[in-house]
Design a protein around this ligand. Structure first.
Ligand code: SF4
Length: 287
């Protein structure tokens, strides 16, 4: 018997239950099962054996990742410390410092939603602030709003957003449980990648959001989001699946859901990354 945490409930789980839950999660996230039943009919015990083999194939990935993290001196979650927004020399800090003292997210929104500090302000339909639990333990950070987000004023509501919601559901986390935001609050025309000057202008707003939410974990989706936060030029292969210390917050980087829609072969890697997040999240609840 194994145990699984669902909210405050701890449920005893047999190997077969675990196998069924794994396949259900896979189906939720990918729309298909990774395990394909052979043409010939297996007995129940053989089926169970095959399914468990499939599960065992995924578990060493987590162990391998843990080893990588340990060797890089990643601080344990228990030393999570209060995130204080770092200040930088940008027009935002020079022109309207009052938003830096916003006591909560609604006040911050009121202070910044008319921002025109970069060219994207002139072409947006709606300012896309962020959405979700203001006290979330998990913050999901993407790159910038797309067309649907620009129209609705909410991040991750288009096809990619729906996939993100499915991915979260697959690891037992409701969309409302997390806080979701982007580095950039206004849509770049034609969904082009934000320019460095634009991310530099807008990122301090995100920092303030992080300071107000105080998440234990950040899931950075997409390389632009990750490299902007980390001030790096990493490749996805170098940083995904690892625990990264982001000013005392444990960060995991994975593919952007929009990239998964274009490249379904990246779903397995994403699945491993979010399983790692789930593992840490569940563990943080019982510490
Ligand atoms: S993208 Fe950011 S900095 Fe640029 S106008 Fe919008 S809110 Fe302001």
């Amino acid at each position: 018997m194994d145990t699984q945490q669902y909210g405050s409930e701890q449920i005893e789980e047999s190997a077969l239950d675990k196998a069924i839950r794994y396949l259900q999660q896979q189906k939720l996230m990918t729309g298909e099962l990774l395990y394909k039943e052979p043409k010939h009919t297996l007995s129940l015990s053989n089926q169970e054996h095959e399914v468990l083999q499939q599960i065992q194939k995924t578990e060493p990935i987590l162990q391998a990742t843990d080893q990588i993290n340990t060797s890089k001196s990643i601080p344990p979650i228990s030393i999570h410390k209060k995130f204080i927004m770092p200040t930088r020399k940008t027009a935002l800090f020079e022109q309207s410092p009052e938003w830096m003292n916003a006591p909560d997210l609604p006040v911050l929104y009121e202070q910044i939603h008319t921002c025109l500090n970069c060219a994207l302000g002139a072409t947006r339909t709606k300012f896309v602030f962020g959405v979700g639990n203001p006290n979330a333990d998990i913050m999901i950070i993407g790159e910038a709003p797309g067309a649907d987000e620009d129209a609705q004023g909410e991040p991750f509501v288009g096809a990619a957003g729906q996939l993100l919601t499915k991915i979260l559901a697959a690891i037992g986390i409701a969309r409302e449980e997390v806080y979701i935001a982007n580095i950039i609050k206004c849509r770049p025309p034609g969904n082009r990648r934000p320019e460095k000057s634009e991310t530099e202008q807008c990122e301090p707003y995100l920092m303030k959001q992080i300071e107000l939410v105080q998440p234990k974990f950040i899931l950075a989706v997409g390389l632009t989001a990750a490299n902007t936060l980390l001030k790096s030029e990493n490749k996805m292969a170098d940083i995904r699946g690892k625990l990264i210390d982001y000013h005392g917050i444990t960060m995991i980087v994975t593919y952007h859901p929009a990239a998964l829609l274009r490249n379904p072969s990246w779903k397995q890697a994403t699945w491993e990354d979010v399983q790692l997040l789930q593992k840490l999240y569940v563990e943080s609840k019982v510490v």
